[in-house]
Design a protein around this ligand. Structure first.
Ligand code: NAD
Length: 510
């Protein structure tokens, strides 16, 4: 594929115009911390950062908003996310462009990220009429036991570069209908996307007459995240990023008895059984392993294939890898865009060297493209590596497109390998044997938060709860009952008997 990467002025102008259309005050841009576009490795914008001192004021403003918002009936709160969803639909292409410019996602995946934001607004709107508790049988006559769910308080959202908009929206749409204001510390690598999202939500809030400061964004470095983490006024810290970050955040929030929701690294595998439909399997694997240039938390990083078919599978994968269109993510037809930056590329090179030193064979990819044309941009060829076993490097999450393929003899062994890594986010099995599929999703199967059959590890829908176990952090976001994490539960005992019988038969009469 012949690619000419766009120049710095072209991309900077596109970023500015697009951000302006979303409602960003672009006259305030231009000074501050410079960001680079991974598309060409050149300067994209400059945005002023706040420091950790800004957190106190933001929390005070959010607290005020909370006191008003918690009184608003949930279905009325739902009207705000409904409007937000409509505005997101209007600006779908704008936001997708900013995502591509700031983090290098191909257009189709960037549009998909915004679609996911629209979907979560639809979901949250319905949810606003379904924030229900249970009624529980009381042991005492003339009593009723029930639970009610109330708004929790201010939610702090810390997000990673690779889903610079959707992760915030998963949290924000749900938090808003639950009655909670949000303070967002986005990735420092994608400030324009964050400012654009915030401007669109501000517009929705103004049009709906919602209280001010329901949503605030603090552009800054990890120290701003740390200040949110430590602030006693933040009821829930929802943090998405590396396990290293979660290891720092989790204990700090726990030390002040705050609530945390951690969405951390993954090291996701597919088990490929002898009965698998190999055409479908190859398509599923290549999307999950090479899509988003290997930079999704759910990216497939390991394939555990039966010895009978591993040779054929590797041959087909190598063929598909050889045909992957790598290039400008804004150009139609590109399937693999750039890595986020130099450190990601160095980590990929280091992991490939380690894999070879640990007995692996590089079967396809691993090289760098467009280096002469754009020395500051890091386009990597997705790499396919055959490993004799699951060595140390395979157990790590390298946030780049490397797929390790290992053999297995028995399904029990394959499941053990799937589970023998510290992370527990996503997993899948490719098989036409129902018993194998059932075992994989059973209690003796995959230990991950996401367990799929005949589909890759990435590309979840918002209706299910999203998250994983072990070093992935244990949090659940988005659909199912994840909303409960954003509310506080009260158990109520109502006595309408006119007597005062005590539970457990206790007698206490004076
Ligand atoms: P990162 O950990 O470097 O940064 C994530 C965010 O945390 C940034 O906003 C950063 O400023 C902030 N941060 C860093 N240290 C902090 C600290 N000590 N206290 C508070 N905030 C801090 O991650 P990244 O490179 O942006 O993203 C890639 C990682 O995120 C990968 O490991 C990927 O698997 C993971 N991820 C997980 C999910 C998920 O849902 N499980 C989703 C997306 C990304």
């Amino acid at each position: 594929m012949v690619t000419t990467l766009p120049g710095a002025d072209e991309l900077a102008a596109l970023a500015r115009e697009t951000a302006k259309r979303c409602g960003v005050d672009v006259d305030a841009l231009g000074t501050g911390v410079t960001t680079t576009s991974p598309v060409n490795g050149e300067r994209l914008a400059a945005v002023r950062w706040v420091d950790a001192g800004a957190v106190d004021d933001a929390v005070a403003r959010a607290r005020e908003a909370f006191l008003a918002w918690r009184r608003v009936p949930a279905p009325v709160r739902g009207a705000l996310v409904k409007r937000f969803g409509r505005l997101l639909t209007e600006h779908k292409e704008d936001l997708a462009t900013l995502i591509s410019l700031e983090v290098g996602k191909i257009t189709s995946e960037a549009l998909g990220e915004v679609q996911e934001m629209i979907d979560i607004c639809d979901y949250a709107l319905g949810l606003s009429r379904q924030l229900y508790g249970r009624t529980i049988g009381s042991e005492r006559p003339g009593h009723r036991l029930m639970e009610t769910w109330h708004p929790l308080g201010v939610v702090g959202v810390i997000s990673a570069f690779n889903f610079p908009a959707a992760v915030w929206s998963w949290n924000t749409a749900i938090a808003l209908v639950c009655g909670d204001p949000v303070i967002w510390k986005p990735s420092e690598l994608a400030p324009l996307t964050a400012l654009a999202c915030a401007a669109i939500l501000d517009r929705a809030a103004a049009e709906e007459g919602a209280p001010e400061n329901l949503s605030q964004v603090l552009i800054g470095g990890p120290e701003v995240g740390e200040a949110l983490v430590d602030h006693p006024g933040i009821a829930l810290v929802s943090a998405t990023g590396s396990t290293r970050m979660g290891r720092a955040v989790g204990p700090r929030v726990a030390a002040r008895f705050g609530r945390s929701l951690l969405e951390l690294g993954g090291n996701n595998a597919a088990v490929v059984c002898p009965s698998a439909d190999l055409d479908l399997t190859v398509r599923g694997i290549v999307f999950s392993a090479a899509g988003t240039a290997g930079q999704r938390c759910t990216t497939m990083r390991r394939v555990i294939a039966h010895t009978d078919i591993v040779g054929e599978l590797v041959r087909r994968l190598a063929d598909a890898y050889g045909r992957l269109p790598i290039g400008n993510p804004l150009t139609a037809g590109t399937l693999v865009g750039p890595l986020i930056g130099e450190r990601a590329y160095e980590a990929m090179r280091g992991a490939l060297d380690a894999a070879v030193a640990q007995g692996g064979t590089l079967v396809a990819g691993g090289g760098r493209r467009f280096e002469d044309q754009a020395p500051g941009a890091y386009y990597a060829e997705p790499a396919l590596v055959r490993m004799p076993e699951q060595t140390e490097i395979v157990t790590q999450e390298t946030f780049a497109p490397i797929l390790y393929v290992m053999p297995y003899e028995s399904l029990e062994e394959a499941i053990a390998l799937n589970n023998a890594v510290p992370q527990g986010l996503s997993s899948s099995i490719f098989t036409r044997d129902q018993a194998e599929a059932e075992l994989f999703v059973s209690p003796e199967g995959s230990d991950c938060g996401i367990v799929n059959v005949n589909i890759g590890t990435s590309g979840a829908e918002i209706g299910g709860a999203f998250g994983g176990e072990k070093e992935t952090g244990g949090g659940r976001e988005s659909g199912s009952d994840a909303w409960r994490g954003y509310m506080r539960r009260a158990t109520n005992t109502i006595n309408y008997s006119g007597e005062l019988p005590l539970a457990q038969g206790v007698e206490f009469t004076v």
